[in-house]
Each structure stands twice: as structure tokens, then as C-alpha cells.
Design a binder for this molecule. Structure first.
Ligand SMILES: Cc1cc2nc3c(=O)[nH]c(=O)nc-3n(C[C@H](O)[C@H](O)[C@H](O)COP(=O)(O)OP(=O)(O)OC[C@H]3O[C@@H](n4cnc5c(N)ncnc54)[C@H](O)[C@@H]3O)c2cc1C
Length: 303
């Protein structure tokens, strides 16, 4: 029996574990994709202590520190959390049950899909949601990045180092990316911006060959590309929370109080999955919420 099971192995989960271990709480991290979203990010330039660090390197450091303080870390997927006696049972994908007195859910976010014809068909055949993982497959090729926010600008900047040509396609007049990223992509001669445009279909034989636009670009609604990187945001992974009847806000995030407690006693939540930190979903806020959640678990178990 653990004092605490942390679901999720991203910044919030690791930070929660580091703090929990230092409160002498026997804790286990169960993570589906180790490192969370950040292992797919490129350069991180806004986490204090590092001017610039690769996302996966930063996550490796978080993990090392959790292990140093003797966290148990396992790769797996929690599919259900059930109340049992004075605690909870976490059931994983293989049907294994693990008991804990308290739970912190740090399950983060997953990619949002476009939901257009051909998208699912060409996943892994030209369509990707992870430019860091798949970018190197498109060396000297033409690719499109769909989206106009920070992650899209970051993807375009990264891909321009590998690919022959990068189109960045977004719906609005102007990108919503922060000024520093806007400048970077605008000044990159390999990146062509296509604004006020939606991609409505993906086409090809075996592999993706072209995307269809709703607004002509250079007189054509067809754009020939070898790859399409979809960067249109994410949705919170709230399946487990919903099964437990935890209160969720209208936007789909877990409601937490200032101590990261959810509406179910003994269940806490931290990181991108919550409505906390004034909606600023970043490594620094995820780590901070993880630390607060662990401190709250300590107080909760003391009682
Ligand atoms: C491309 C990109 C670039 C980014 N750049 C920056 C940046 O420059 N600076 C910055 O501060 N932030 C950046 N972010 C945001 C940052 O990555 C997130 O804010 C942060 O990772 C949130 O941490 P988290 O722990 O809440 O969730 P996540 O990182 O999403 O981690 C969630 C964890 O939960 C696991 N999980 C989900 N469901 C289950 C389940 N059922 N069972 C077990 N495990 C589960 C996941 O596999 C993962 O391990 C970027 C994000 C992306 C995608």
C-alpha cells in the first residue's frame, strides 16, 4: 500500500513526487508517456535555471531528481480509480490493482485533432502530431504546420532546420504565437505563412501527397506537401476524473482549490489538467501545482 499514487509522469507528476518523498510519503508514479508533453517539445527557454534546454533533457533531470529521492516510477496506463475503504485503488491497463491513501492526478493534455477527411488515414504516413519525433523523417521535404500558436511556431522553426520548405497555415489574420516566436518564423526564409486559411482535407495514394485548402493559395486550393504537422492545441485527459465523478469546469479542466484538492476527498490534481494557475499551462506552473498538491496530501494524511 502506498501513501500516494501519482498518475502522470510529466512536470507536475515528477514535482509532486519530489515533494512527497521529502515529506516521507511512500509514493508511486504511473506514467503512460514518460516525461509528458515536454519530451516532445523542442527548446525550453522559459524554465528558470536554464537559458535553453531540450524538453526531453529537462524531463530527464526531473526524473533523475525524483529517483534520487527514491520515488517508484512505472510505465503504465491507469484506466480506473476506485474508492476503497479509507483510500483508493488504481487499476492499470493490465488489470493490476494498486492501493494508496491519496491520489494526485497529473494526466495533462493530449493533442487535439482537426477531424478532417484523410487525417486519420495518413497518421504515420505524412500526418504527425509530434514534430520532434517525426521531423527528421522529412529531411529536405516540403511540410505544412497547421496552427498559429506557440507550439505551431516552434514546430515551423524546428522543421525549417530539416526540411526544404515549411508552410505555416492558420485561420486568423495574424498568428497567436507570442512575439518572440512570431518574429522567428517571419524572419525565416524557409517558412511561408498562409493566413486566413483552413485545411479541409488530406489526400494521397499510400502516403500524404497534398492538402486541400478552403482559401486559394497562389490561385490553387491544393498544396503539395510530404508532411502535415498538426499543432492546434490540446484537450485535457479527464477520463479517469470523469469516472470518479470529480467536478470538471465548462472548458473540461478539473476544478481545484488553492491546495489542489478536487471535489473528491483524498484526490488532488495538478498541472495542465486543472483549472488552476490562472490558466497558464507551462512547466513552471505544472511543477508548482505538483508541489502544492504533495504538500496538501501530507496535511491530508496527517489528519
Ligand atoms: C510542443 C510543446 C512545446 C512546449 N513548450 C513549452 C515551453 O517552452 N515552456 C513551458 O513552460 N511549457 C511548454 N509546453 C507546455 C508544457 O509541456 C506543459 O505545460 C507541461 O508539460 C504540463 O505538465 P503536466 O505534468 O501537467 O502534463 P503533461 O506534460 O501532459 O504530462 C501528463 C502525463 O500524464 C500521463 N498520462 C495521461 N493519462 C494517463 C493515464 N491514464 N495513466 C497514466 N499516465 C497518464 C502522460 O503520459 C504524461 O506522462 C510545451 C508543450 C508542447 C506540447
Amino acid at each position: 500500500m502506498h501513501d500516494l499514487i501519482i498518475i502522470g509522469a510529466g512536470p507536475a507528476g515528477y514535482a509532486a513526487s519530489i515533494y512527497a518523498s521529502r515529506y516521507n510519503l511512500k509514493n508511486l508514479i504511473i506514467g503512460k508517456e514518460m516525461g509528458g508533453q515536454l519530451s516532445e517539445a523542442y527548446m525550453i527557454e522559459n524554465y528558470p535555471g536554464y537559458i535553453s534546454i531540450l524538453g526531453r533533457d529537462l524531463m530527464e533531470k526531473f526524473k533523475e531528481q525524483s529517483e534520487y529521492f527514491r520515488a517508484e516510477i512505472m510505465n503504465g496506463e491507469a484506466v480506473k480509480v476506485a474508492k476503497k475503504d479509507n483510500g483508493f485503488l488504481v487499476i492499470d491497463k493490465n488489470g493490476q490493482e494498486r492501493a494508496a491513501s491519496a491520489i494526485i492526478i497529473t494526466a495533462g493534455l493530449s493533442y487535439r485533432k482537426l477531424g478532417i477527411v484523410g487525417e486519420d488515414e495518413f497518421v504515420g504516413k505524412g500526418v504527425s502530431y509530434c514534430f520532434v519525433c517525426d521531423g527528421p523523417f522529412f529531411k529536405n521535404k516540403r511540410v505544412a504546420v497547421l496552427g498559429g500558436a506557440n507550439s505551431a511556431a516552434m514546430a515551423a522553426d524546428y522543421l525549417a532546420k530539416i526540411c526544404r520548405k515549411v508552410y505555416m497555415i492558420f485561420r486568423k489574420e495574424e498568428m497567436t504565437a507570442s512575439p518572440i516566436w512570431r518574429e522567428r518564423v517571419k524572419n525565416n526564409p524557409k517558412i511561408e505563412l498562409i493566413n486566413r486559411t483552413n485545411v479541409v482535407e488530406m489526400q494521397g495514394e499510400q502516403l500524404l501527397e497534398k492538402i486541400i485548402l478552403d482559401n486559394p493559395h497562389k490561385n490553387s486550393k491544393t498544396l503539395a506537401v510530404d508532411g502535415a504537422f498538426i499543432e492546434i492545441g490540446s484537450v485535457p485527459n479527464i477520463d479517469l476524473a470523469q469516472k470518479l465523478n470529480i467536478k470538471i469546469n465548462k472548458a473540461g479542466y478539473i476544478k481545484v482549490d488553492s491546495g489542489q484538492a478536487t471535489s473528491i476527498k483524498g484526490v488532488f490534481a495538478a498541472g495542465d489538467i486543472t483549472d488552476g494557475s490562472n490558466g497558464l499551462r507551462q512547466v513552471i506552473t505544472a511543477a508548482s501545482e505538483g508541489a502544492i498538491a504533495a504538500a496538501s496530501v501530507y496535511e491530508y494524511l496527517k489528519k
